[in-house]
Design a protein around this ligand. Structure first.
Ligand code: ZN
Length: 131
């Protein structure tokens, strides 16, 4: 079965902290040093010092409802230098992303189609909320 990561995070039960890896080389430790996570959306690598103390909270496209995906899938915002979850991407930015990446005469980049579809789905989701 195909599995596409949309959120890569683990929870440390010792310090009660959730740590998230945003990109391939984003290696994170929790504050007590027990848990680690790495790989961003490329792969879910995680570990622990104390057996059974870390819970994997990662989410996959194929096994998550869209209402959950939009709260966790994210994109880097160059202006604010922060990661923004899909549900918090403003309408204008969402339009720009779609125009930029949907293959057409005016597209200027390529994106993994699985992820591109999420931005399209978000636009559809918003149009359905307006009714
Ligand atoms: Zn910890």
């Amino acid at each position: 079965m195909k599995t596409t990561l949309i959120y890569n995070a683990v929870y440390c039960t010792l310090c009660e902290e959730t740590i998230q890896s945003y990109h391939r080389h984003d290696y994170k430790h929790c504050s007590c040093g027990n848990a680690m996570v790495d790989g961003g959306l490329d792969y879910n690598r995680w570990g622990w010092e104390t057996e059974g103390s870390v819970i994997n909270h990662s989410l996959y496209l194929e096994s998550s409802p869209f209402s959950v995906i939009r709260q966790h899938f994210y994109r880097w915002n160059h202006n604010t230098q922060t990661y923004v979850t899909l549900e918090n991407i403003d309408d204008a930015w969402l339009e720009n992303i779609l125009e930029w990446y949907i293959p057409s005469d005016v597209s200027r980049g390529t994106m993994n189609p699985d992820y591109l579809l999420l931005f399209l789905q978000e636009k559809l989701y918003r149009s359905e909320q307006e009714d």
